[in-house]
Structure formats: structure tokens, C-alpha cells
Design a protein around this ligand. Sequence first.
Ligand code: ASP
Length: 440
Amino acid sequence: MGKLALHWKILIGMVSGIIFGLVISSFDWGKSFMLDWISPLGTIFVNMLKLIAVPLILASLIKGVTDLKDISKFKKIGIKTFSWYILTTTTAIVIGLVLANTIKPGAGIAPETVEKLKTTYLQNEGLQNKLKAAESQQDAGPLDFLVDLVPDNAVAAMSNNTLMLQVIFFAMFIGISLLLIPEEKGKPIKDFFDSLNEVIMKMVDLIMLTAPFAVFALLSTVIVSADDPVILQKLLKYGMTVVLGLILMYGFYMLMIAVFAKKNPIWFMKQLAPAQMLAFSTSSSAAALPVTMERVEEHIGVDGEVASFVLPMGATVNMDGTSLYQAVASIFIMQVLWPEGLGFQNQLIIILTALLASIGAAAVPGAGMVMLVVVLDSIGFPKDLLPIGLALIFAIDRPLDMLRTTINVTSDATVATIVAKSIDKLHDPKPKEWNDELKL
Ligand code: ASP
């Protein structure tokens, strides 16, 4: 096992986690054993990744901005990045809408199934929490997202993993100000953050040594906590529509990498695989971020200046998988509960709101479903049907979350690579000797 590449080890961990989860759920004591003894290992791993996410954003962004040396370059990267983000997300939403309208996943759902899902999930604590979280989103004013971007307390912003955009704002503010003062005055701070960045990248390597075991714990926990397979089967057509859309997006990224980055797309996906697998296992782009950065910089060859800006930003702002899912889910819910709302105009509104909702969604598990409420609200979906709408898709949300998060991370890495190529910042990667392996 020592010589095996990291992505193979993680894959083995994932597959054996799934098998173990399936086997152990057949015992009465299986679920409580898992939750007591195995799942904490996964939680520790995710905590470690989250632990380094904020210092990583701070250090790498400050290093990235100051390495650029002049602000006009920063503007150029910013404009390119956002144009690509909007392009890929809009493509994802349109694919989602076209698939949902042609496959019509809601058409075959019998009234008894709706009733069953309603009785099973309407009072579910997780669902109620999502509705509550969505309520606070709905009360927001039009410019609130700009207000939310600017922290009033840097320490408070750094103490909350869902406030990453505020940390990004603060880091860029420091980086830009550093560029504007004489170089020798800023050097101590720049050196400090350069060094911190190195240390954190090494922490990623160390954490990744435990990844194969952690994904085993994470996936076996997902399996024992999964819902009744009979219910999942009823939602199969809906789930498959989302999955088909995500597969098309995967193909789209491969094409973009071949055409715009002039790299072999299979090689690209192979280099990125460990980050994708972590996104899949944790359902969180934020937790996967440190690994995404490491893979994109050290294994794909994107310069730190580009990766440190494009990837943290992308983790919170660019969510193609989430927006595609929101498009399919809203059409599915309408097909079942509110077919009169399926007009062309509403679908155009979905393009815009799913774009905004995916930008606003936090990079944590289940955030896409909370923001789905905002999408449905924007087209005037009846308020009393909203909880029922969410109850319809709740059972299958976790597996779809795992898949859409994988696509979210893939999209960020694709855009980082294309932007880097366009400004001559994509080089041959130089993976470090003991990057994947700790040779003591
Ligand atoms: N879990 C997703 C992410 O972290 C967001 C979502 O779609 O729920 O990227």
C-alpha cells in the first residue's frame, strides 16, 4: 500500500467504507456502534481541514496579492475569474433546466408518495432547521449581500467558517494595502504570511496522510444514516436527472481544460482526484479547499498568485453543481406541487436567482437546499407548499450534495487553471518529494 498513489488509497478507503457501512447496518447495534466509534474519526478529520481553512485563506491570499506586485494584474485576474464563474454557473443552470423539462422527473410521482414523504419528513428536525435558516435569508434586503461581505470585526469573521467571504475581503484589503506601501516597510508582514502559507501547505500534506481512513469513517457514517431505500427508489428519476446534469458538467470542464488550458483533461482530473474525493466524502467545498489548493498549485501547476485568489473565492461563490441541482429541484417540486408555475418566465427567473443563490450558499453540507427556498420564493411559489416541497427532496439530498460538491470543486479548479493559462501563470507542476507520503 506504501507505493500506491494517494487517490487510489482514498478510493480504497471510500469503497471499503461503503461496504462496511452496508454490512454493519444489517445489525441492530450497527448504527449506534458506528456513531459512537467510527464517525468521530471522520469528524476529527473534517475539523482539522476546517481548522486550517481560515489561516490558509488569509496567508495565501495576502501572499498571492502581494506576489502580483501591481494592482492592475489583480484587476485582470478578478475580471477573468468572475466572467468564467458566471459562464460556468449559467451553463450548469441551463443544463439543469433543459434536463428537468425534458425528463420530467416529477411526472411519475404518485400522490401516495407525496403523502408518505410528507408524513416522514415534514417534522424532521433537519428539515425544520433548513426552513428556519432559509427564513433569515428571505428577509434580507437587496444590498444585504454587500453589507455581509464587509466584517465589522476581523476576529469575529475569522472565528466563523461560514463567514469566509468576510475573511477573503479582509485578506485582500491587507494585501492591496501592503502593495501600496514601500516594499521594505511591508517586507516583515509579507515574509510572515509567506512563511505561514508554507507551514499550512505542509499541514495539508500531514492531514492528507490520514485521508484514506477518514473517508472510510465519513462514508460508512453516511451509509448507516441513509434513509429507507424504498423511499430513495421513488426519487430515483429526480436523482438521476441531477446526476446526469452533473456528468454533463464534468464533460464540459474536460472540454474547457483541453481547449483553453491546452492540457490533457484526463491528466487534469487525475491530479485533482484527491480533492474531488474529499469534496464527495465531506459534502463541503470549504473543508476540501486546503486540498484543492494543494492539488491545483503543486500537482496541476497553477501559480500561487492565481490559485490563492481564484480557489478560496470559488469555494464560496462558484457552485455549478449546486446551481444545477437548484434548477432541477425547483422544476421537480413545481411539477409535483405547482404545475401552473412552470411558465417560461419563471424559468428565466430561476436562471438569475439560482445564480445568485449559489453565490450566496455557504460551502457547507446542505447549504444548497437552504438557498433553494430563495429560488422558489422568487417565482412566487406558494408559501404553504414550501415545507412540503423540501420534504419531497429531503431524503435524497445528502447523496446529491456529495455529488454536487464534487462538481463545485472541479469547477473552481478548472477556472483557476484556465485563468492561469490565459495570463501565462500555468507551469509544469513540481510535486514535492514527500508530498503525498511522509518519509521519515
Ligand atoms: N455542500 C455544497 C458545497 O459545499 C453546497 C451545497 O450545494 O449544499 O459546495
